[in-house]
Design a protein around this ligand. Sequence first.
Ligand code: SF4
Length: 347
Amino acid sequence: MHATTELINWYNTNKRDLPWRHTTDAYTIWLSEIIVQQTRVEQGLPYFYSFLEKYPTVSHFASAPEDDILKLWQGLGYYSRGRNMLKTAIQVQQEYGGTFPTTYNELIKLKGIGEYTAAAIASFSANEPQAVLDGNVFRVLSRYLGISEPIDSTIGKKIFKQAAADLLNTEDPAAHNQAMMELGAMVCKPKNPACATCPLQLSCYAFLHNATTALPVKSKKVKIKERHFNYFVVEDNNRILINKRGEGDIWANMYDLPMIETTLPTTIDELVGLPETIKIFGNKLIIKKVFPVVKHILTHQHLYVRFIVLEQKPLVMEQNWDFIEVENLKKTALPKVIFIFLDNFLN
Ligand code: SF4
Protein backbone atom coordinates (compact mmCIF):
# COMPACT_ATOMS: atom_id res chain seq x y z
CA MET A 1 0.00 0.00 0.00
CA HIS A 2 1.35 3.43 -0.91
CA ALA A 3 2.18 5.64 2.07
CA THR A 4 -0.55 8.07 1.12
CA THR A 5 -3.34 5.61 0.25
CA GLU A 6 -4.86 6.23 3.67
CA LEU A 7 -4.61 9.94 3.04
CA ILE A 8 -6.46 9.61 -0.27
CA ASN A 9 -9.15 7.46 1.39
CA TRP A 10 -9.52 10.10 4.07
CA TYR A 11 -9.78 12.77 1.39
CA ASN A 12 -12.46 10.91 -0.54
CA THR A 13 -14.61 10.66 2.58
CA ASN A 14 -13.97 14.09 4.10
CA LYS A 15 -13.31 16.50 1.24
CA ARG A 16 -15.21 19.74 0.94
CA ASP A 17 -17.52 19.82 -2.03
CA LEU A 18 -16.01 22.63 -4.10
CA PRO A 19 -17.18 23.45 -7.62
CA TRP A 20 -13.75 23.17 -9.25
CA ARG A 21 -13.39 19.63 -7.88
CA HIS A 22 -16.06 18.49 -10.34
CA THR A 23 -14.18 19.44 -13.47
CA THR A 24 -11.02 18.61 -15.38
CA ASP A 25 -11.29 21.75 -17.50
CA ALA A 26 -7.88 23.41 -17.27
CA TYR A 27 -9.26 26.95 -17.68
CA THR A 28 -11.74 26.52 -14.81
CA ILE A 29 -9.04 24.97 -12.63
CA TRP A 30 -6.67 27.82 -13.45
CA LEU A 31 -9.32 30.38 -12.46
CA SER A 32 -10.02 28.63 -9.17
CA GLU A 33 -6.35 28.20 -8.34
CA ILE A 34 -5.43 31.83 -8.87
CA ILE A 35 -8.42 33.02 -6.84
CA VAL A 36 -7.90 30.57 -3.99
CA GLN A 37 -4.21 31.48 -3.76
CA GLN A 38 -5.46 34.94 -3.02
CA THR A 39 -8.06 34.38 -0.35
CA ARG A 40 -9.88 31.83 1.77
CA VAL A 41 -12.06 29.34 -0.11
CA GLU A 42 -15.37 30.73 1.22
CA GLN A 43 -14.39 34.25 0.24
CA GLY A 44 -13.09 33.13 -3.13
CA LEU A 45 -16.24 31.26 -4.17
CA PRO A 46 -18.30 34.31 -5.24
CA TYR A 47 -15.32 35.58 -7.24
CA PHE A 48 -14.93 32.22 -8.93
CA TYR A 49 -18.60 32.18 -9.94
CA SER A 50 -18.51 35.79 -11.17
CA PHE A 51 -15.42 35.23 -13.30
CA LEU A 52 -16.77 32.02 -14.77
CA GLU A 53 -20.13 33.57 -15.54
CA LYS A 54 -18.65 36.63 -17.20
CA TYR A 55 -15.82 34.77 -18.94
CA PRO A 56 -16.96 31.17 -19.57
CA THR A 57 -13.89 30.40 -21.68
CA VAL A 58 -10.31 31.59 -21.80
CA SER A 59 -11.10 33.31 -25.12
CA HIS A 60 -13.75 35.44 -23.39
CA PHE A 61 -11.25 36.24 -20.68
CA ALA A 62 -8.53 37.14 -23.17
CA SER A 63 -10.69 39.72 -24.92
CA ALA A 64 -11.74 41.52 -21.72
CA PRO A 65 -10.55 45.08 -21.04
CA GLU A 66 -8.06 45.22 -18.16
CA ASP A 67 -10.31 47.59 -16.20
CA ASP A 68 -13.13 45.01 -16.25
CA ILE A 69 -10.85 42.30 -14.90
CA LEU A 70 -9.59 44.59 -12.14
CA LYS A 71 -13.15 45.56 -11.29
CA LEU A 72 -14.16 41.92 -10.90
CA TRP A 73 -10.97 41.26 -8.93
CA GLN A 74 -11.78 44.16 -6.59
CA GLY A 75 -11.37 43.18 -2.94
CA LEU A 76 -8.97 40.28 -3.54
CA GLY A 77 -5.86 42.46 -3.24
CA TYR A 78 -2.57 41.89 -5.10
CA TYR A 79 -4.06 43.41 -8.21
CA SER A 80 -1.00 42.50 -10.25
CA ARG A 81 -2.35 38.93 -10.13
CA GLY A 82 -5.56 40.06 -11.81
CA ARG A 83 -3.52 41.79 -14.50
CA ASN A 84 -1.25 38.78 -14.91
CA MET A 85 -4.30 36.58 -15.45
CA LEU A 86 -5.20 38.68 -18.44
CA LYS A 87 -1.66 38.28 -19.82
CA THR A 88 -1.90 34.50 -19.34
CA ALA A 89 -5.28 34.36 -21.08
CA ILE A 90 -4.03 36.41 -24.02
CA GLN A 91 -1.00 34.14 -24.38
CA VAL A 92 -3.22 31.03 -24.30
CA GLN A 93 -5.44 32.60 -26.94
CA GLN A 94 -2.54 33.54 -29.19
CA GLU A 95 -0.27 30.53 -28.78
CA TYR A 96 -2.76 27.74 -28.16
CA GLY A 97 -5.78 29.01 -30.09
CA GLY A 98 -7.79 29.38 -26.88
CA THR A 99 -7.27 25.81 -25.64
CA PHE A 100 -5.74 25.92 -22.20
CA PRO A 101 -2.66 23.67 -22.07
CA THR A 102 -2.65 20.79 -19.60
CA THR A 103 0.99 19.67 -19.47
CA TYR A 104 3.37 21.00 -16.84
CA ASN A 105 6.01 21.90 -19.40
CA GLU A 106 3.63 24.02 -21.43
CA LEU A 107 1.92 25.58 -18.42
CA ILE A 108 5.16 26.68 -16.77
CA LYS A 109 6.01 28.72 -19.87
CA LEU A 110 2.88 30.84 -19.52
CA LYS A 111 3.22 34.29 -18.00
CA GLY A 112 1.87 34.44 -14.46
CA ILE A 113 1.96 30.67 -13.91
CA GLY A 114 4.54 29.42 -11.43
CA GLU A 115 5.56 25.94 -10.37
CA TYR A 116 2.69 25.45 -7.95
CA THR A 117 -0.04 26.49 -10.38
CA ALA A 118 1.48 24.51 -13.25
CA ALA A 119 1.63 21.35 -11.09
CA ALA A 120 -1.93 21.91 -9.83
CA ILE A 121 -3.43 22.36 -13.31
CA ALA A 122 -1.42 19.51 -14.87
CA SER A 123 -2.38 17.07 -12.13
CA PHE A 124 -6.02 18.11 -11.69
CA SER A 125 -6.83 18.38 -15.38
CA ALA A 126 -4.71 15.57 -16.87
CA ASN A 127 -3.58 13.54 -13.85
CA GLU A 128 0.05 14.27 -14.71
CA PRO A 129 2.32 13.10 -11.87
CA GLN A 130 3.48 16.50 -10.63
CA ALA A 131 3.50 17.16 -6.90
CA VAL A 132 2.10 20.50 -5.75
CA LEU A 133 3.88 22.53 -3.10
CA ASP A 134 1.94 25.35 -1.49
CA GLY A 135 1.98 26.67 2.07
CA ASN A 136 -0.30 23.89 3.28
CA VAL A 137 1.79 21.17 1.66
CA PHE A 138 5.05 22.61 3.03
CA ARG A 139 3.55 22.39 6.51
CA VAL A 140 2.26 18.83 6.13
CA LEU A 141 5.55 17.60 4.64
CA SER A 142 7.63 19.32 7.27
CA ARG A 143 5.65 17.76 10.11
CA TYR A 144 4.96 14.38 8.56
CA LEU A 145 8.54 13.75 7.44
CA GLY A 146 10.24 15.80 10.18
CA ILE A 147 12.04 18.20 7.83
CA SER A 148 13.49 21.07 9.85
CA GLU A 149 15.16 22.93 6.97
CA PRO A 150 13.58 26.41 6.75
CA ILE A 151 10.78 26.37 4.17
CA ASP A 152 11.78 29.82 2.90
CA SER A 153 15.47 29.02 2.30
CA THR A 154 16.85 27.99 -1.09
CA ILE A 155 18.13 24.68 0.21
CA GLY A 156 14.87 24.09 2.07
CA LYS A 157 12.84 24.62 -1.07
CA LYS A 158 14.95 22.06 -2.91
CA ILE A 159 14.59 19.50 -0.13
CA PHE A 160 10.82 19.98 0.08
CA LYS A 161 10.46 19.75 -3.68
CA GLN A 162 12.25 16.43 -3.71
CA ALA A 163 10.29 15.17 -0.68
CA ALA A 164 6.99 16.14 -2.33
CA ALA A 165 7.98 14.32 -5.54
CA ASP A 166 9.10 11.22 -3.61
CA LEU A 167 5.87 11.04 -1.63
CA LEU A 168 3.59 11.61 -4.62
CA ASN A 169 1.18 8.78 -5.30
CA THR A 170 1.76 8.43 -9.03
CA GLU A 171 -1.27 6.20 -9.46
CA ASP A 172 -3.55 9.07 -8.62
CA PRO A 173 -1.60 12.34 -8.58
CA ALA A 174 -4.74 14.49 -8.73
CA ALA A 175 -6.30 12.94 -5.62
CA HIS A 176 -2.94 12.86 -3.85
CA ASN A 177 -2.34 16.57 -4.41
CA GLN A 178 -5.88 17.52 -3.45
CA ALA A 179 -5.60 15.37 -0.33
CA MET A 180 -2.30 16.92 0.80
CA MET A 181 -3.71 20.42 0.40
CA GLU A 182 -7.00 19.53 2.05
CA LEU A 183 -5.20 17.95 5.00
CA GLY A 184 -3.12 21.11 5.46
CA ALA A 185 -6.18 23.33 5.23
CA MET A 186 -8.55 21.31 7.41
CA VAL A 187 -6.50 19.14 9.80
CA CYS A 188 -2.79 19.94 9.88
CA LYS A 189 -3.46 23.62 10.55
CA PRO A 190 -0.71 26.07 11.50
CA LYS A 191 -1.92 26.21 15.12
CA ASN A 192 -3.35 23.25 17.03
CA PRO A 193 -3.32 20.59 14.29
CA ALA A 194 -6.08 18.01 14.81
CA CYS A 195 -3.69 15.05 14.98
CA ALA A 196 -6.33 12.85 16.62
CA THR A 197 -8.35 12.81 13.39
CA CYS A 198 -5.38 12.76 11.00
CA PRO A 199 -4.95 9.78 8.67
CA LEU A 200 -1.14 10.20 8.81
CA GLN A 201 -0.93 10.24 12.59
CA LEU A 202 0.66 6.85 13.17
CA SER A 203 3.59 7.53 10.87
CA CYS A 204 3.89 11.29 11.45
CA TYR A 205 7.27 12.46 12.73
CA ALA A 206 5.94 15.61 14.41
CA PHE A 207 3.16 13.72 16.17
CA LEU A 208 5.45 10.96 17.38
CA HIS A 209 8.12 13.42 18.54
CA ASN A 210 5.78 16.02 19.97
CA ALA A 211 7.14 18.57 17.49
CA THR A 212 4.04 20.02 15.83
CA THR A 213 4.67 23.51 17.21
CA ALA A 214 8.36 23.48 16.19
CA LEU A 215 7.65 22.57 12.55
CA PRO A 216 7.73 23.98 9.94
CA VAL A 217 10.73 26.29 10.46
CA LYS A 218 10.92 29.71 8.82
CA SER A 219 14.14 31.71 8.59
CA LYS A 220 13.09 35.21 7.63
CA LYS A 221 10.69 37.58 9.20
CA VAL A 222 9.21 39.89 6.59
CA LYS A 223 9.47 43.55 7.53
CA ILE A 224 6.19 45.39 7.51
CA LYS A 225 6.22 48.83 5.98
CA GLU A 226 3.95 51.52 7.41
CA ARG A 227 2.46 54.10 5.05
CA HIS A 228 0.10 56.98 5.71
CA PHE A 229 -2.33 57.86 2.94
CA ASN A 230 -4.18 61.17 3.22
CA TYR A 231 -6.96 61.15 0.67
CA PHE A 232 -8.77 64.28 -0.46
CA VAL A 233 -12.41 63.96 -1.35
CA VAL A 234 -13.28 66.67 -3.88
CA GLU A 235 -16.82 66.81 -5.20
CA ASP A 236 -18.31 68.84 -8.01
CA ASN A 237 -22.11 68.40 -8.15
CA ASN A 238 -22.55 64.76 -9.11
CA ARG A 239 -18.91 64.25 -9.92
CA ILE A 240 -15.92 63.26 -7.85
CA LEU A 241 -12.21 63.78 -8.44
CA ILE A 242 -10.34 60.52 -8.93
CA ASN A 243 -6.75 59.59 -9.62
CA LYS A 244 -5.45 56.88 -11.93
CA ARG A 245 -2.55 55.18 -10.18
CA GLY A 246 0.70 54.46 -12.02
CA GLU A 247 2.82 51.33 -12.19
CA GLY A 248 5.38 50.11 -9.67
CA ASP A 249 3.37 50.33 -6.46
CA ILE A 250 0.34 48.66 -4.89
CA TRP A 251 -2.92 49.02 -6.83
CA ALA A 252 -1.10 49.71 -10.12
CA ASN A 253 -3.37 51.15 -12.83
CA MET A 254 -6.38 51.20 -10.50
CA TYR A 255 -8.21 54.31 -9.39
CA ASP A 256 -8.17 56.06 -6.05
CA LEU A 257 -8.46 59.69 -4.95
CA PRO A 258 -5.95 62.54 -4.95
CA MET A 259 -3.63 61.77 -2.05
CA ILE A 260 -0.60 62.89 -0.13
CA GLU A 261 1.46 60.11 1.38
CA THR A 262 3.61 60.59 4.46
CA THR A 263 5.97 58.15 6.14
CA LEU A 264 4.88 59.22 9.63
CA PRO A 265 1.44 60.07 10.99
CA THR A 266 0.60 63.77 10.66
CA THR A 267 -1.94 66.03 12.31
CA ILE A 268 -4.29 67.87 9.99
CA ASP A 269 -2.42 71.12 10.69
CA GLU A 270 0.87 69.50 9.71
CA LEU A 271 -0.71 68.09 6.57
CA VAL A 272 -2.16 71.47 5.56
CA GLY A 273 1.29 73.05 5.94
CA LEU A 274 3.14 70.54 3.76
CA PRO A 275 4.64 72.04 0.56
CA GLU A 276 2.83 69.40 -1.58
CA THR A 277 -0.51 70.36 -0.06
CA ILE A 278 0.12 74.09 -0.56
CA LYS A 279 1.25 73.51 -4.15
CA ILE A 280 -2.00 71.79 -5.06
CA PHE A 281 -4.59 73.42 -2.82
CA GLY A 282 -3.06 76.78 -1.85
CA ASN A 283 -2.34 78.24 1.58
CA LYS A 284 -5.71 77.72 3.16
CA LEU A 285 -7.17 74.30 2.70
CA ILE A 286 -10.93 74.53 3.14
CA ILE A 287 -11.91 71.35 4.97
CA LYS A 288 -15.48 70.18 5.40
CA LYS A 289 -14.90 66.97 7.32
CA VAL A 290 -12.08 64.69 8.43
CA PHE A 291 -12.82 60.99 8.87
CA PRO A 292 -10.92 58.95 11.47
CA VAL A 293 -7.85 57.05 10.28
CA VAL A 294 -8.60 53.50 9.09
CA LYS A 295 -5.93 50.80 9.23
CA HIS A 296 -5.79 48.66 6.11
CA ILE A 297 -3.56 45.60 6.23
CA LEU A 298 -1.81 44.28 3.14
CA THR A 299 0.67 41.41 3.15
CA HIS A 300 3.84 43.44 3.67
CA GLN A 301 2.40 46.86 4.31
CA HIS A 302 0.13 48.50 6.83
CA LEU A 303 -1.74 51.45 5.41
CA TYR A 304 -3.16 54.17 7.62
CA VAL A 305 -5.81 55.77 5.50
CA ARG A 306 -7.52 59.06 6.25
CA PHE A 307 -10.22 60.69 4.13
CA ILE A 308 -10.51 64.47 4.18
CA VAL A 309 -13.55 66.01 2.52
CA LEU A 310 -12.78 69.41 1.01
CA GLU A 311 -14.96 72.35 0.20
CA GLN A 312 -12.69 73.53 -2.55
CA LYS A 313 -11.18 72.27 -5.75
CA PRO A 314 -7.45 71.96 -6.40
CA LEU A 315 -5.66 74.97 -7.86
CA VAL A 316 -3.73 72.69 -10.16
CA MET A 317 -4.91 69.42 -11.65
CA GLU A 318 -2.39 66.60 -11.83
CA GLN A 319 -2.15 64.70 -15.10
CA ASN A 320 -3.76 61.52 -13.72
CA TRP A 321 -6.73 63.25 -12.16
CA ASP A 322 -10.17 63.49 -13.60
CA PHE A 323 -13.68 64.29 -12.41
CA ILE A 324 -16.02 61.37 -13.07
CA GLU A 325 -19.75 60.97 -12.58
CA VAL A 326 -20.49 59.33 -9.22
CA GLU A 327 -22.67 56.69 -10.91
CA ASN A 328 -19.68 55.59 -13.00
CA LEU A 329 -17.74 54.67 -9.87
CA LYS A 330 -19.53 51.32 -9.91
CA LYS A 331 -17.71 50.43 -13.11
CA THR A 332 -14.35 51.72 -11.91
CA ALA A 333 -11.61 49.47 -10.50
CA LEU A 334 -11.08 50.82 -6.98
CA PRO A 335 -9.05 49.28 -4.14
CA LYS A 336 -11.38 47.85 -1.51
CA VAL A 337 -10.63 50.48 1.16
CA ILE A 338 -11.52 53.29 -1.27
CA PHE A 339 -14.60 51.48 -2.55
CA ILE A 340 -15.97 50.92 0.97
CA PHE A 341 -15.40 54.53 1.97
CA LEU A 342 -17.01 55.99 -1.14
CA ASP A 343 -19.89 53.55 -0.98
CA ASN A 344 -20.73 54.75 2.55
CA PHE A 345 -19.92 58.37 1.94
CA LEU A 346 -21.91 58.82 -1.25
CA ASN A 347 -24.99 56.79 -0.31
FE1 SF4 B 1 -0.13 17.19 10.88
FE2 SF4 B 1 -0.74 16.00 13.21
FE3 SF4 B 1 -1.33 14.86 10.91
FE4 SF4 B 1 1.17 15.00 11.67
S1 SF4 B 1 -0.46 13.88 12.69
S2 SF4 B 1 0.39 15.45 9.62
S3 SF4 B 1 1.18 17.01 12.67
S4 SF4 B 1 -2.17 16.75 11.70
